[in-house]
Every structure is written in C-alpha cells, then in structure tokens.
Write a protein that binds this ligand. Structure first.
Ligand SMILES: [Zn+2]
Length: 472
C-alpha cells in the first residue's frame, strides 16, 4: 500500500476520535477576556491552550507553553523545516444558533456544528491528527515539524510575539485558518482617519445637524443616518429620493422638531470585499449632496461625496486607483462616520496591492483630501507575498490535489491572515472551495468528510516538506 493510501485509511478510521477531541476544545468559551497573571488574553483562551497542550501531550508529543499566550507540540526534535500555526481563541457565538455553540453537533447534512469547528479549533485538531497519523504509521521525517497554537488571532494577534520574540520561524509556515488551495499573497492595508473641524454656527437656511454611520473599521456599513434642520421629511424624500435610488439603498425620513431625521439602509460586507456590500455612509453622502443644505457641515459632505463617491471603491476619485497581477486591485471603503455641529471624522479601510506604497497611495490620498480642507491620519501596513512557484507551495498544492482531485492554485486575499508578518508563510486550508463555513456567524460548521480530507492533505504535505520530496 502506498503512503497516501495508508494515511487515508488511518484518518478515516479515526473520525470518531477526531470529533471527540474537537468537542473538548469547542466546549471551552475561549473568547478574549480580561488579562491576568499567566493568562494575557483571559481565562477562556488560557483554558483552551491548556486543553490543547493536554491533547498533544496525551498523544506523546513534546509540548511547550509561552507566557500563557501560545503553545507548541513537536513531531520530532530535528532542525525546523515546517511550522503549522493555528489559533484557539474564538469570536463570541452571538445569536441565532440552532444547537449549542459550545458543543460539536453532527447533523444529517454531514456537517459538524459549533463555534470554532472551522475557525480555528477544527483545523488545529486536523493538523494534530496528521501528526498522530504519521507517528502511529511510523513515518520518519527528515526535518522538524512544529504545531503552534495561539490564543489571540481574532483580537489583533497580540499572542504571536510571545513565541516569535524568542524563536525564529521555520523556513516554511502554513496557517490552516483560511481556505484551500493556497493563499500566498495578502494585500497591505491603509486605514485613514479623515477629520475636519468648523465653527459651530447654524445659519438661517436648511442645514446638517449631525450624522453617523458604521460601527467597525473593517465592516462596510449597512446603516447611516443624518439629522437635518430647516427641511421636513417629505421635502427631504422628494429631493433625495433619486440619489438614494441611484445608490441602490432604501431611504427613510421622519419629522423631528425643526427638521427631519434621514435613515439610509444598505448592505453590510467585509471591508476587503466592498463590492459585495452597499455602503450606507457613502449613499448618505450622495443623498445629502442632493439636498439644498447650507453651512460647512453640508459643504464637507459634498466634498466627501466627490472624493469617495458611492460605488467608487477603486479609489479613482481620490487618485489612488491601482493594481497588479499578483495581488489585484486597491479597494477603499468609508466605514465609520461621526459628524457633529462642529466637525467630522470618517474612517476608511483600504486594502492595497503589493505595488502600493506611501508615494503612490498615502501621499496622493492625503493631498487630495488636504486640498479639500480635510486632515488625514494613518499609516500603511505592507502586504505579504510568498512565492507560489517554490518547492514549499508546490508541495502543498500537490498534497491538496492528491486527496481532492481538484486543481490546486495560488490565490490572493484582501484580508490579513495569521501569517501576515511571518516570512515564508501562506494560508492553507482548511475550508474547501465553495463551502460556506459561516465564519464568525451563527451555526459555524465544517463538513466532516472535508475535515478528514484536510487532515490527510496536512499529513502528506508534512512528509513532502520535511523530507524535501519534490511535488509530483
Ligand atoms: Zn481564524
């Protein structure tokens, strides 16, 4: 029997144990909590770390723990060839679950439901089962392989330095915290806060009293609202209706003393894929720009509507549109607005291609906004790229192709992954293309058969990489 077949047989025979071990981790509510001694990200993440260390040690792997923030399990003690990096912290379950989020429930659709089944406890257990499989099959590796698990990926990756401050990354790292096949290019990020202040001075004509929209910098907002003076609801709807229609949003208005309250309803999306949403803040700008409003607040909004127009997520109007073949197009989304009688703040989230830098992105953006009277604050974070044609990535893709029968390829992502700052890192698994894991949502899930396939892929990839076998 070939090694590929032996791996497959072993993993298939351990489905029940895999699910039971996953359930031990899913049962722990490892949402970030208050820091305390030995638990920098709170009791939940620390408890999940301890449980994972127990699991790994129980299968005979040497473990270590780093400041209560990260842990590791070693396949062997040879010089490092490969690190596999995942995380044990979770996003709070939220509402809307049809089974206990802290239990692993396998339903008739063949999927295992529970918070962390996909992100990222499940993939860590898949990697642990790849370790178990190779060990129990007696497979020897020519290089070192380490499983690393952090506890703060969801809240800013403050965990990584606890390990990486004292340890060099292996020559190759993959994080099973994304999807198959391989994500080897990550866009950079430019988060800009645009501000402007003006004297509080309500003139006699219709004006803009206040406005707000959005709640998180990396989310395209679905809701925005503005309070107007000197204009009633019917007039605002009549004059702003066409702009709202053109933006594809719903516009509501109600009378309030001396004016009206406008509400815009669009569609939420992740900031890395603004075309999937309908930005309520930029739509509100378009509606306000169509109204006969006086004063500096309204004038500022008209400028923002010109420089960051609704649907203009490529950044053309601000002079920063650009792209490259490897990482794709720049995207920008105006996501959090606060406007009062005396000033405004608007936070934008731009995902920038590898070709973008201060001189062709930040500087022209600051110039364009500055010329219109706005101040801009914010630094650029560079992108990440691991070559797709090296032996490492070819070994990953060959392992993926072997067990899925699908064509492997390298993809770019606008979202930053856990390996963004790790040289030679890529994201690899564990979700299969086209499968909706309901990441961060209610009823998060994995397909059990896919999870077993991912575990086989990891096992074969470990062998290829640590034994420097060329991809077939
Ligand atoms: Zn994750």
């Amino acid at each position: 029997m070939s090694l590929e077949e032996r791996i497959s047989g072993w993993i298939d025979a351990h489905e029940a144990e895999f699910l039971a071990d996953l359930a031990r981790l899913v049962a722990i509510p490892s949402v970030r909590g208050e820091a305390r001694e030995g638990a920098p990200f709170g009791d939940g993440p620390r408890a999940a770390l301890d449980e994972m260390l127990r699991l790994c040690a129980g299968y005979g792997f040497a473990t270590a723990e780093y400041g209560g923030a990260m842990g590791s399990a070693d396949f062997n003690s040879l010089p490092a060839a490969l690190d596999i990096l995942g995380h044990l912290d979770i996003v709070a379950p939220g509402e809307g679950w049809s089974s206990d989020p802290y239990a692993v429930t396998v339903r008739e659709d063949g999927c295992a439901y529970g918070r962390g089944t996909d992100d990222d406890k499940g993939p860590l257990v898949m990697a642990l089962y790849a370790f178990r499989c190779l060990k129990e099959l007696g497979v020897e590796l020519g290089g070192g392989c380490r499983l690393l698990f952090g506890t703060d990926e969801e809240s800013g990756s403050g965990d990584l330095h606890y390990y990486y401050d004292g340890h060099a990354p292996a020559p190759n790292t993959f994080t099973p915290d994304s999807g198959f096949p391989v994500y080897n290019v990550e866009k950079g990020m430019y988060r800009a806060e645009i501000t402007r202040a003006w004297p509080e001075d309500a003139g006699p004509g219709p004006g803009l009293r206040s406005a707000r929209g959005g709640f998180r910098v990396n989310v395209v907002p679905a809701e925005a609202e503005a309070e107007l003076s000197g204009l009633d609801a019917p007039a605002a709807l009549k004059l702003g209706g066409a702009a709202a229609d053109a933006c594809g949003v719903e516009l509501y208005a109600e009378d309030v003393p001396g004016g009206c309250l406008l509400r815009v309803h669009g569609r939420q999306a992740h900031a890395a894929t603004p075309w999937e949403g309908c930005n309520a803040v930029t739509a509100l700008f378009a509606v306000l720009a169509a109204l006969p409003l006086e004063g500096e607040a309204a004038a500022s909004v008209r400028e923002l509507n010109r420089l960051l127009p609704h649907g203009g997520w490529r950044g053309e109007a601000a002079g920063i549109a650009q792209g490259d073949a490897l990482s794709g197009e720049l995207t920008i989304s105006a996501n959090v607005l606060e406007l009062s009688a005396s000033g405004l703040s608007l936070v934008c989230d731009a995902r920038v291609p590898l070709c973008a830098d201060d001189s062709n992105c930040r500087a022209p953006f600051e110039r364009a906004l500055g010329a219109a009277g706005f101040a801009v604050a914010g630094e650029m974070v560079p992108g990440h790229h691991t070559p797709g044609d090296g032996a490492f990535v070819r070994a990953l893709l060959a392992s993926y192709e072997r067990y899925t029968g699908l064509k492997g390829e390298c993809l770019a992502t606008g979202g930053g992954t856990y390996v963004h700052d790790i040289p030679g890192g890529v994201a690899f698994g564990a979700g299969m293309p086209g499968f909706d894991t309901r990441l961060h949502g209610a009823d998060e899930r994995i397909r059990v058969s896919d999870a077993l396939t991912a575990s086989k892929i990891f096992a074969l990839a470990i062998v290829k990489i640590c034994n420097k076998e060329e991809a077939k």
